[in-house]
Write a protein that binds this ligand. Structure first.
Ligand code: ZN
Length: 120
């Protein structure tokens, strides 16, 4: 394995090259991502190896599912399936990581397995 120095570079849109690599990492089981849908709230839980710096990132965020006239634009309509979710690396610091930031700043898309959560 060739070790290269990764320097911090914040990206605000997902890079296709990093998304391709993240996809390979997901297939290998090095990245896990799930979207837990409960009513109007979708919780993204993802973690694994950053495709850029190789550090371990974790994401746990909830967002409201937009409901327009009873529709949900597909989110939560099915018990299974995958949802493309954009994440930013927040792993260990690399060269040049600002003091108030984490990780390498990489932005990429993961495919979160969608699971409906039954209110009990
Ligand atoms: Zn990273």
């Amino acid at each position: 394995m060739v070790v290269t120095t990764v320097t911090y570079r914040f990206e605000s849109v997902p890079s296709q090259a990093l998304t391709d690599k993240a996809y390979e990492l997901q297939i290998q089981g090095a990245i896990h991502a799930e979207l837990l849908v409960q009513g109007e709230i979708a919780r993204l839980v993802a973690s694994g190896e950053c495709p850029r710096c190789g550090g371990h990132f974790t994401v746990d965020r909830s967002s409201e599912v937009p409901i327009v006239k009873g529709g949900t634009l597909g989110v939560g309509d099915e018990a299974d399936g995958y949802e493309a979710s954009v994440v930013t690396c927040n792993g260990p610091e690399v060269e040049g990581t600002p003091p108030d930031k984490h990780g390498c700043g990489a932005c990429f898309t993961v495919y979160a397995r969608r699971q409906g959560v039954n209110p009990t």
